[in-house]
Design a protein around this ligand. Sequence first.
Ligand SMILES: [Zn+2]
Length: 235
Amino acid sequence: MVEMARSLRERAAAEVGKLCREIGARHGEVQKLEEKIAALARKSRARRSQLALELDEYRRGEFCSGCGKTRSQILSEGSTFPHSGQSIVRATAEQLAAKERSAAAELSRLSADQDAAAQRRDELVSENTQTLAQVKEGLNLWKSARTIELNALASEQAEKFAAEKKKTRELEAKLETITGEFDSEIGRTKPDLEVLGALASTWKLWDGVLKQVVSEGDAQYKAYLQDLTDTKKTQ
Ligand SMILES: [Zn+2]
């Protein structure tokens, strides 16, 4: 019973440890995704206002006939607007529509990236919630196994104590009988020395056995206390 409960407790502890490492790894990934989502949101906001400005310039015809870049784009690159040899042109309806499409496509790509990252993050968070429930189950199992183990240790020890006590009593009774026989032999007018010698050596033999039983019991009890300490230590 002790061994069974102990191996159950150890397996539960290993499982909880494994699940906790999984939670930690997912949590790290969630944090990275949060950073990515925030960075994408910042980029999205910046691009949105930048693109709005470029579109506005496009609508007002403020772009270079050579490269199609707008005034603010070219100025931000440190060039002169328009590029030399080029003229400022008015956008055709097609050009404006193309520029609007490409701006919308860029923003929608950023938003899709953000959504994908958020979806992955939500999956990981929900996986961690499930794993946490498994950790709670594992801890409950661990606690039960530990209680069973401690109880089994105590009852095993109680049985050993009882067995030791019984053996000790039997041996003490034997020794008492031998002592009685020895006394009555000595009480005779002519005590038989051979009988006395045999009784003495039998007494010595059983006394040795008794000492052995007591010292084994002590060792057993010490081992029990150590087991108890080891089991209680694993909190
Ligand atoms: Zn140009």
